[in-house]
Write a new protein. Structure first.
Length: 279
């Protein structure tokens, strides 16, 4: 009577085993926190909490709390480019100074959505033996298989940004075909309930906007208009776009950027009847 051989039990392999060395733990661990927009920071607080919770993961991996550096200067910054992201630039610099043993982020897209920026970080981490960790595991950029996987994740992250932009663009085009697309109006103009663009119903607001165009026609420069408004202590009308005070009229000090947006916006120069407020 033959007996079947007992199945061979293979040991469960810990994906992080052997990757974290004493040389890594002797250096700092970085937790990189980023949300693309300030609205996401305010409304999607669960994502922010999950990112800050990576501090506990670093402790579980062997780093002391005093060794953990949280970089969160890029809140409200897009990952499409490193320009203007001082936190990311600081991260790359710290890795290049051989201060960092591991970089932790909730996912690769938080670090970068540009292949150029991602591979720059990947090269520096590989050169200084710095690990990279996300929600799926720990990766060693000096290991070929890990580097290949990190490269694929970075490419997918960049492609995802392109797909999201295309979806948003198609959504706008669909609304435009239905005649339902509403763009952000310049100062002094509002959307009427019927869907038409009209001048602000506040008489003082309309008078200030008319003064801006009158002075621009007279002096021909934005600096001249700004100087006139400041000399006569005139403020510009601003309608709150979101929040509890949506639609309320506020007054703000004039500045060059606001005047430029107003004077360059084609809606401000539209001769159509719907842009004239009817009393």
């Amino acid at each position: 009577m033959s007996t079947c051989p007992s199945p061979v039990r293979r040991p469960v392999v810990n994906p992080t085993a052997g990757k974290i060395q004493p040389s890594h733990v002797q250096r700092q661990a970085v937790v990189y926190v980023r949300q693309s927009r300030l609205q996401q920071v305010e409304r999607h607080q669960e994502s922010t909490r999950l990112q800050y919770a990576l501090v506990d993961r670093a402790i579980d991996l062997g780093w002391a709390p005093s060794q953990i550096l949280v970089i969160d200067e890029d809140q409200g910054r897009s990952g499409a480019t490193a320009e203007g992201r001082l936190g990311f630039q600081r991260l790359v610099a710290e890795v290049g100074l051989d201060h960092i043993g591991i970089v932790l982020s909730i996912e690769i897209s938080r670090l970068a959505r540009s292949s150029r920026d991602w591979y720059q970080l990947l090269e520096v981490c590989g050169l200084f033996a710095t690990l990279i960790g996300d929600a799926d595991g720990i990766y060693d950029p000096q290991n070929y298989n890990d580097r290949l996987l990190l490269g694929l994740k970075g490419t997918m992250s960049e492609a995802e940004l392109h797909i999201l932009k295309q979806r948003m663009l198609e959504g706008k085009r669909a609304k435009a075909r239905r005649g339902e697309l509403k763009s952000l109006l310049p100062m002094g103009y509002v959307w009427a309930p019927c869907g038409e663009v009209v001048k602000d119903p506040d008489e003082q607001a309309r008078a200030v906007i008319d003064t801006v165009f009158t002075q621009f026609a007279r002096c021909g420069t934005i600096n001249g208009v700004l100087r006139y408004l400041v000399d006569h202590r005139l403020q510009l009308p601003y309608r709150v776009l979101s929040g509890a005070q949506t639609g309320q009229l506020h007054w703000r000090r004039p500045n060059r950027v606001t005047l430029t947006n107003l004077l360059h916006n084609p809606t401000s120069h539209s001769p159509c009847k719907s842009c004239v407020f009817m009393v």
